[in-house]
Every structure is written in structure tokens, then in C-alpha cells.
Design a binder for this molecule. Structure first.
Ligand SMILES: [Zn+2]
Ligand SMILES: [Zn+2]
Length: 208
């Protein structure tokens, strides 16, 4: 009985990460992280469980705090090759399930409530390096209000969502490594360059 309980508890906590896990990983709580958390919840609701292997692929169009939440919640990580970064500077997150190619594209449309004059001046002072109690409290309060607003908002207030099949990018592949003729370090074949008839890694290619 006790064992069963323990087992169930473990399975549950393994399957569903929490906001606490996300904050622990990221190091602080901030509006961007909480947005990523909400994106993740919506994606999981639609596409199913966390990606233990490569069955879920995430394509993120920015490299902000939000992406840390996606890594923890969805299990798509840089190292596994199922987190793809496209440097478009957009708050857009697409998820694709393999092999069905069922996908969804989540675009953040939420706008934070307008700052008051007071908040604006406090922020300016903070950016100039003012760390007085008054300024710190104002900045902290503003951030907390934003985080609270994001957690309370409905999905429809936060996101524009498109569903449908998405063509997944190629699966992570492992290529052989070769030695750079300049520094002697190993470099993946597909990243090697040739200059003056020598095979080089990119840093050496740029230097020589
Ligand atoms: Zn952050
Ligand atoms: Zn080199």
C-alpha cells in the first residue's frame, strides 16, 4: 500500500513539472519565464506528455527567459536536438509531435499593463544603477504584478494559436569528427571549413 502510494507519487511528479521546478532551473521568477510556463501548459494540454526522448520538437523564435520554462516543462532541450532556435526576435513557439506531425504554433499577443509615470521613473533610476530600497521595491512590485497578471490571464488573452500539421526539421544526427589543421581540436565534419587547402574549425577559419 505504502509502496503503491510512493510509486504513484513519483510517477506523477516525474510527468508533471511545476512552476517551482521552472523557477529553480531558471534562478528567478520573471514575466518572461511565466509566459513560457503558460505556453508550455497549453502545448502539453494539446500535444500530450513531456518529451522524454525526441517525440516532441519545439521551435522557439527567441532566446529569452521563456525558453527555460519550455525546456523544463516540455523536455525539449538543446542537447537532445529537439529544441530549435530561430533567431527571429519573436515571441512565437511552435511544437510538433513525431511521427504524426501534429503541431501547434503559439504566438504571444499579451501586452503588459501600461506603466505609470512613477513606475517609469523608478525603472529609469534602476537602469542607471540606483539600488535604493525604494527603487528596488518599486521594480520588484511591478514585476510581481506582471507575473500575477500572466498567471491569471486566460489562454485566449495571452496567445494566438494555430493548429495543424507542421513539417518537422530533420532529426538530430551525429556526424563524424575530423581534426582542425590549425588548433588540432576535433570538429564535426559538417561544421569544418577549408582555407588554403587546410581543414579548419570555424574559429580558426575566422582567425587565419
Ligand atoms: Zn528571467
Ligand atoms: Zn581550429
Amino acid at each position: 500500500m505504502v509502496l503503491t502510494k510512493l510509486f504513484l507519487f513519483d510517477v506523477k511528479s516525474f510527468l508533471m513539472k511545476t512552476l517551482e521546478d521552472v523557477v529553480k532551473f531558471h534562478g528567478h521568477i520573471c514575466p518572461g519565464l511565466v509566459l513560457g510556463y503558460r505556453v508550455s501548459l497549453l502545448a502539453l494540454k494539446e500535444l500530450g506528455k513531456r518529451a522524454d526522448d525526441e517525440e516532441l520538437v519545439a521551435i522557439v523564435e527567441n532566446d529569452s527567459c521563456a525558453v527555460d520554462a519550455i525546456q523544463v516543462m516540455i523536455g525539449c532541450t538543446f542537447g537532445k536536438g529537439n529544441l530549435i532556435f530561430r533567431d527571429y526576435g519573436k515571441q512565437v513557439y511552435s511544437f510538433i509531435k513525431r511521427p504524426s506531425r501534429k503541431g501547434m504554433r503559439i504566438s504571444v499577443k499579451w501586452e503588459s499593463p501600461k506603466e505609470t509615470r512613477e513606475e517609469k521613473s523608478m525603472w529609469e533610476r534602476y537602469m542607471k544603477g540606483d539600488r535604493s530600497k525604494k527603487v528596488l521595491k518599486a521594480v520588484h512590485d511591478r514585476r510581481s504584478r506582471k507575473v500575477g497578471a500572466i498567471l491569471k490571464a486566460r489562454d485566449a488573452e495571452l496567445f494566438d494559436v494555430r493548429k495543424g500539421k507542421i513539417e518537422p526539421p530533420e532529426e538530430a544526427r551525429i556526424y563524424p569528427s575530423i581534426r582542425c589543421a590549425v588548433c588540432g581540436e576535433k570538429v564535426m565534419e559538417t561544421r569544418a571549413r577549408v582555407k588554403q587547402g587546410k581543414i579548419m574549425c570555424i574559429p580558426c577559419f575566422d582567425k587565419v
